[in-house]
Design a protein around this ligand. Structure first.
Ligand code: ADP
Ligand code: MG
Length: 538
């Protein structure tokens, strides 16, 4: 037997329990209007009638607010609906005329139309905010118009109407609690948030609202630097120009259109709270999630931009994704592309990259120890000062590896110190200096954390200079007198007792100028942390 439906209940569920935010009803109506215009354009192109030869002119969505009457009107000059279509599409829950339209095109082997609707429930979102909804519709090419009216209680009235232009006009009599939506300012904001990139002009009380183009859908060489800068300022709510621009498009395994911008600066370095994500998820130019958290690894939160994928299996409220596996796939592709992009930039313009690194290096370091999938690729982007370079000069791990000495074996050395001077004059540096072996200089505990977390780079171990066992064979060059075996033994025994906390004293050949160093202890930063704990500051 067939299932029956409690239509009244079902309608109430669809209208009231589907969405987290009431405000999305505007997005749903605007999306429907956009779909109707798209269908009209298609009809005109194919000469299939209905569209009329005049398609292309007056294609628009006009919204009018009336604060006094507490109404909101959304009118489009799209394809319109016949009597049957009103019954089929608005009178049948979960029936999508748009989906049928897109499928029809697909079956004919034509390019997928740029339409948004698919579930056949978006329209009913109006009942979250409206007591009564009236739809006037006249199909393009037809002389008859109809009026569809419902209070969302399970039934609707349908009659013929006069004085209706081709297209569809929807009038919402708003609930007395929803006066926001009859205010122009509020609706304008809503359009800017969700529907700013809809491909047809949208006006609110006669003023054009959506003036920005969906740049990400255009091909790369069609977009100018100026357009990118404008778009960046919109999406990042910034006033400067982007430092880097990545326009990324892929068709398989997923259709992806993405725009990523790296700003000039960020606030976290001033000790401000961790910033929110800056990349928004769109599907077919309509906002799905702003500041989407599942799109990119967290360390990429400094990026601003937009990702649009029409393949996304949206859940029915169009607020999230149904398929988290696909979402992860998308995220993997995007993250890898961003890292590759930064690697390319580092090669193309080193100076610009160093400037980027100085501003955003902390995020890359965070990436090394939080982004397991990409850590080794991110490590290629790290830059450090080195004992061989000049003050302020930054080198990559690849630079270092490229000039390693054979006697280093497979070891990359680093030393954590408060400053370059103290690093270079440290006793730990003596044997490295004597042998001409390069040491990377780290000035922050985060760097040390990154090194110990990374452990290896291109098959070589990352070793602290404090723990290194690099011997200097010809330390007798100075001709200084050496201790006899007995004398040395005596000194060792004496020192073990004399110096508190010393476990063992060994003879070493790694020192050149200093008489002794401490080895095998916890790291300098650990020591600092311990003193802080002891003095009660941590
Ligand atoms: P969806 O957009 O997912 O199909 P909706 O509930 O939003 O679902 O709309 C149902 C159907 O009603 C649409 O598929 C479309 O056929 C029709 N429709 C809705 N609004 C309009 C409109 N403004 N102009 C023409 N047809 C419309
Ligand atoms: Mg819809």
């Amino acid at each position: 037997m067939e299932f029956q439906a409690e239509t009244k209940r079902l309608l109430s569920i669809v209208a009231n329990s589907l969405y987290t935010d009431k405000e999305v009803f505007v997005r749903e109506l605007v999306s429907n209007a956009s779909d109707a215009l798209e269908k009209r354009r298609y009809a005109a192109l194919t000469g299939g009638g209905g569209g009329g030869e005049e398609a292309g002119s007056n294609m628009e969505i006009s919204i009018t607010t009336n604060k006094d009457a507490n109404t909101l009107t959304i009118a489009d000059t799209g394809i319109g609906m016949s009597r049957e279509e009103l019954i089929d599409n608005l009178g049948t829950i979960a029936r999508s005329g748009t989906k049928a339209f897109a499928q029809n095109l697909q079956e004919k082997g034509e390019a997928a139309a740029n339409v948004i609707g698919q579930f056949g429930v978006g329209f009913y979102a109006v009942f979250m905010v409206a007591d009564e909804v009236t739809v006037y519709s006249r199909k393009h090419g037809s002389d008859v118009a109809h009026c569809w009216r419902s209070t969302g209680d399970g039934s609707y009235a349908l009659s013929e109407a006069t004085n209706v232009e081709p297209g569809t006009t929807i009038v919402l009599k708003l609930k007395s609690t929803e006066t926001n939506f009859s205010q122009r300012f509020h609706i304008e904001q809503n359009i800017r948030k969700y529907s700013n990139f809809v491909g047809f002009p949208i006006t609110v009380d006669g003023t054009r609202v959506n003036t920005l183009e969906a740049l990400w859908t255009k091909s790369k060489n069609e977009v100018t630097v100026e357009q990118h800068a404008d778009f960046y300022r919109y999406v990042a709510q910034a006033f400067d120009d982007p430092r880097y621009t990545l326009h990324f498009q892929a068709d398989s395994p997923l259709s992806i259109r993405a725009l990523f911008y790296v700003p000039q600066s960020h606030m976290e370095k001033w000790g401000m709270a961790r910033q929110d994500r800056g990349v928004h998820l769109y599907s077919r130019k309509v906002l799905i999630q702003s500041r989407c958290e599942t799109l990119l690894p967290e360390w990429m939160r400094f990026l601003k931009g937009v990702v649009d994928s029409e393949d996304l299996p949206l859940n029915i409220s169009r607020e999230t994704m149904q398929d988290s596996l696909l979402m992860r796939k998308l995220s993997t592709v995007l993250a890898k592309r961003v890292v590759k992009f930064l690697q390319e930039r580092a090669k193309i313009d080193q100076a610009a990259f160093i400037s980027f690194y100085q501003e955003f290096g902390q995020y890359l370091k965070e990436g090394v120890y939080t982004d397991f999938d990409n850590k080794h690729e991110i490590a290629k982007l790290l830059r450090f000062e080195s004992s061989r370079g000049t003050p302020g000069e930054l080198i990559s791990l690849d630079d270092y590896v490229g000039r390693m000495k054979p006697e280093q074996g497979d070891e990359i050395f680093w030393l954590l110190a408060p400053s370059r001077d103290s690093a270079l004059s440290s006793a730990y540096m003596e044997s490295f200096k004597a042998k001409g072996v390069e040491v990377l200089l780290l000035y922050s505990t985060v760097d040390e954390f990154v090194m110990t977390n990374l452990m290896q780079y291109s098959g070589k171990s990352l070793i602290s200079a404090e723990a290194a066992k690099l011997a200097v064979e010809d330390s007798s060059a100075s001709g200084a007198a050496k201790l006899s075996v007995e004398e040395a033994k005596g000194l060792q025994e004496w020192m073990t007792k004399a110096v508190d906390g010393v476990k063992e004293v060994k003879l070493s050949s790694r020192l050149v100028d200093s008489p002794a160093i401490v080895v095998g202890h916890e790291s300098a930063s650990m020591r600092r942390m311990m003193t802080m704990v002891e003095s009660g500051r941590a």
